[in-house]
Write a protein that binds this ligand. Sequence first.
Ligand code: IPM
Ligand code: MN
Length: 319
Amino acid sequence: MNHRITLIPGDGIGQEVIPAAEQALRALGLPLEFQHADAGFEAFERTGDALPPETLALCAASDAVLFGATSSPMTKVEGYRSPILTLRTHFDLYANLRPAKTERFDLLIVRENTEGLYSRRERVEDGGATAIAERVITARASTRIVRAACQAARQRRRKLTIVHKANVLKETCGLFRRVAFELAAEFPDLETEEMLVDTAAMRLVQNPERFDVIVTTNLFGDILSDLAAGLAGGLGLAPSANLGDGRPAVFEPVHGSAPDIAGQGAADPRAAILSAAMLLDWLGYAEGERLRQAAYAVPHAGRTDATTAAVIQRCQEAR
Ligand code: IPM
Ligand code: MN
């Protein structure tokens, strides 16, 4: 049976890198079926809906989604919510896997994807002079994300770093930390340690090769994964997977819509192609590894189409 993939380019360079990844996937000749769907800020301005119901229905009827990028306004726009956040919560995609790899280091950030400071519990008081965000941490979400991280570590170098700020956030990070150690005790074959998030940022910069799998809460994972991407050659090489317990899973480059370079055909397609490789891994196709090796081996020469062609050629030569 064919696997059905929904492609959502979104805004800006998403419109360039998702077709590039589609080309790379098609060139493999696998039993994949593609359908195209609309989402993003442009869709919102056009239709009043950042993630139209037709798009959600197409995603629900597919095995995997490859998502490009969307432009998120810096200030509140009535009725707009980033579609990637909606997809994560709608399909309960609680595990955000963000690998960062070079010749020197190879690490994986496992970011909790459904709660924390992304719980949308913000309000203003004092007529706008005070703003409050609530950070929701539950034992349930902490347990399942740490389990996903432990399972990933078993497939890798068996080292787990639990990242938190429990010295200050005694209740929320305290709960995450406690649950994490309880769960990690079920994986005695792993070497487990803990680290404060600020220390983790410093050590990532100074000594990234000391890490294997990092598990952390939503916003800390958001920040550390950009840091790790920066270390590994920039956002052009940073893929990610949003996984739940069922289908679909959603794969996306970590980079944004890059409006400054959009429309020029200059975007680096490798993060989208590497995300497509993760999609293939997840569906159980061995070709994922070949596509990944090809994307890492080819430099970005400044043109989306040239880099894509070079990756495809490299991938075919490796067959
Ligand atoms: C990411 C992005 C998103 C996030 C934005 C676009 C809402 O930065 O995937 O890391 O904050 O999760
Ligand atoms: Mn981010």
